[in-house]
Design a protein around this ligand. Structure first.
Ligand SMILES: NC(=O)c1ccc[n+]([C@@H]2O[C@H](COP(=O)([O-])OP(=O)(O)OC[C@H]3O[C@@H](n4cnc5c(N)ncnc54)[C@H](O)[C@@H]3O)[C@@H](O)[C@H]2O)c1
Length: 246
C-alpha cells in the first residue's frame, strides 16, 4: 500500500499500459481518475478499480483538448480535494517513413503526446505547487532516444516528451514535485499485439531478455516513481525494455 489514500490521474487508462498503471495504483491504495476518450473501455477500468475497493472517477475526454482538461481538473479537485500523482500515458502511433509522413498524421501524433502531456501538466501543477507535493510521470519510448525507421512522427513526439520532462523537472524541483519519464521497450498491449510477427521477432531477438514485456512490468516501475520511495528521483529517463536499447 505504497500509495495509500493518494489521488492519482492516469490518462489513456482504458487499455494496455495505462489500464495496468491505473489498476496498480488502486492496488497500492490510491483513488484513481481514469482519463480515456473511449467510453466503453474507460467505464470497464473504472468498474475494475471500484471492485478493488478504491474510489474512481472516469472522464471521457481528449487529452489534446485544453478546455476539456481544465474543466476535468477543476471537477477532480472538487470531488477528491487533492491531486498527488499525474501519469501522462495516452497516445497513439501513426507509422510512416520520412517522405510518406502526412501533415495530418504528424499533427495528430505530436498533439496527443506533446500537447496532451503539456495540457495535463499545466492544469494540475498550480495545485501541486500550492501543496508543495507532486509526482508526474510521462510515458516516452526507447524510440524517443534511438529513433526508428518509419516512425518519424512517433519518435519525434517521444523525444519531445523527454525534453519536456527534463525542463519541467528543472522548473518544478524547488516545489518538491518530481517529474520523470518512463521509456518502455516492446510491451504486449492490444495495439502492439497487432504488429506483424516478423517485426515482433526482430525486436525480441534484439532484446537481451528475449521476450516482450507485459503492461504490468511498466506499471510496477510507474508506481515506484509515483511513491515516496522514489523521492530523490527527478528528471530521470527510466527504460523498461528488457535491455533492448543498450
Ligand atoms: N506498447 C508498447 O510497446 C509501448 C512502447 C513504448 C511506449 N509506449 C507508450 O505507452 C503508452 C501506452 O501504450 P499502449 O501500448 O498501452 O497503448 P494503447 O493503444 O493500448 O492504449 C492507449 C490508450 O490511450 C487512449 N487514448 C489515445 N489517445 C487519447 C486521447 N487523445 N485522449 C484520451 N485517451 C486517449 C486510447 O484510447 C487507449 O485506450 C503510449 O504513450 C505509448 O506510446 C508503448
Amino acid at each position: 500500500m505504497r500509495l495509500k489514500d493518494k489521488k492519482a490521474i492516469v490518462t489513456g487508462a482504458g487499455q494496455g499500459i495505462g489500464k495496468a498503471i491505473a489498476l496498480k495504483m488502486a492496488q497500492e491504495g490510491a483513488d484513481v481518475v481514469v482519463v480515456e476518450w473511449n467510453h466503453e473501455t474507460g467505464i470497464q477500468t473504472q468498474k475494475e478499480i471500484e471492485t478493488l475497493g478504491r474510489r474512481c472517477l472516469f472522464f471521457a475526454v481528449d487529452v489534446g483538448d485544453r478546455r476539456q482538461i481544465e474543466k476535468m481538473i477543476a471537477e477532480v479537485l472538487i470531488a477528491f480535494g487533492r491531486i498527488d500523482i499525474l501519469v501522462n500515458n495516452a497516445g497513439f502511433d501513426r507509422p510512416g517513413n520520412l517522405l510518406k509522413t502526412k501533415e495530418e498524421d504528424w499533427d495528430a501524433v505530436l498533439d496527443v503526446h506533446l500537447k496532451g502531456t503539456l495540457n495535463c501538466i499545466q492544469a494540475v501543477v498550480p495545485h501541486m505547487i500550492e501543496k508543495s507535493y507532486g509526482k508526474i510521470i510521462n510515458l516516452s519510448s526507447v524510440w524517443g532516444k534511438r529513433g526508428a525507421v518509419s516512425e518519424i512522427s512517433y519518435s519525434t513526439a517521444k523525444a519531445g516528451i523527454i525534453g519536456l520532462t527534463k525542463s519541467v523537472a528543472r522548473e518544478l524541483g524547488r516545489h518538491q514535485i518530481n517529474v520523470n519519464a518512463v521509456l518502455p521497450g516492446f510491451i504486449l498491449t492490444p495495439t502492439v499485439s497487432r504488429m506483424a510477427e516478423k517485426y515482433r521477432n526482430i525486436i525480441i531477438e534484439n532484446t537481451p531478455l528475449k521476450r516482450a514485456g507485459q503492461p504490468e512490468e511498466v506499471a510496477n516501475v510507474v508506481a515506484f516513481l509515483a511513491s515516496d520511495e522514489a523521492s530523490f528521483v527527478n528528471g530521470a529517463e527510466v527504460e523498461v525494455s528488457g535491455g533492448w536499447n543498450m
